[in-house]
Design a protein around this ligand. Structure first.
Ligand code: SF4
Ligand code: SF4
Length: 189
């Protein structure tokens, strides 16, 4: 099956109400993660001003991550499709970008000089991503073990419908606890 056919015929056909339920869970978690990264501030305050070359221009936003999750997680395709529809409705389609030959990658079509154009409805890959430098910083500064892969896995499970209300609440508590710990750090320093 081609990528286009896969996108047009998601394997996990589900009703509209269930898609909305999964998306709402996802968006709640996105809000908590965004608040956490905002508070940590490392990408904006440390990485961006000190980066050089391609990284200075694009940060780590090299790649078409708005497709990645749908390609690798057909079990979550319907909710991911709804996420994408809402994103495009709010922000438009990603702009076409040109491949940078030396790294053989295209910058993300939502990247701007001010950073990501998306205030919300970002792809799971983006809202859970932290590079090694950022992970180390979070560990050293806040004593928080930020596990990108695990958070991404939970988000995909959520969008695939595998997360029941109890597990969802538990996951939210986990994210809220990280956020509280970061807040406490700033209040006491
Ligand atoms: S995740 Fe890492 S590479 Fe990306 S902007 Fe933040 S610090 Fe920089
Ligand atoms: S969607 Fe936003 S955060 Fe994700 S790669 Fe594109 S510009 Fe970066």
């Amino acid at each position: 099956m081609s990528i286009q056919e896969l996108f047009e015929n998601p394997k996990d056909q589900i009703g509209e109400e269930e898609k909305e339920r999964r998306l709402n869970q996802y968006l709640e978690c996105e809000t908590l993660l965004q608040k956490f990264f905002e508070l940590v501030g490392y990408c904006r305050e440390e990485c961006a001003p000190n980066a050089e070359g391609i990284e200075r221009t694009f940060g780590c936003c090299l790649g078409e991550y708005y497709h990645t999750d749908r390609l690798f997680h057909p079990e979550a395709a319907s909710a991911l499709e709804l996420l994408e529809q809402r994103r495009v409705r709010k922000y438009g389609a990603p702009r076409a970008t040109t491949k940078i030959e030396v790294i053989n990658m295209k910058p993300c079509g939502y990247h701007t000089q001010e950073g990501c154009a998306l205030q919300d409805h970002r792809p799971p890959y983006c809202i859970s991503y932290a590079c090694n430098r950022l992970v180390n910083y979070i560990l050293q500064e806040f004593r928080i073990d930020f596990d990108s892969a695990n958070i991404h896995h939970s988000l995909i499970r959520m969008l695939s419908g595998a997360v029941d209300d109890q597990e969802f609440e538990k996951f939210k508590v986990q994210l809220q606890t990280m956020l509280n710990e970061a807040m406490t750090f700033f209040q006491s320093n």
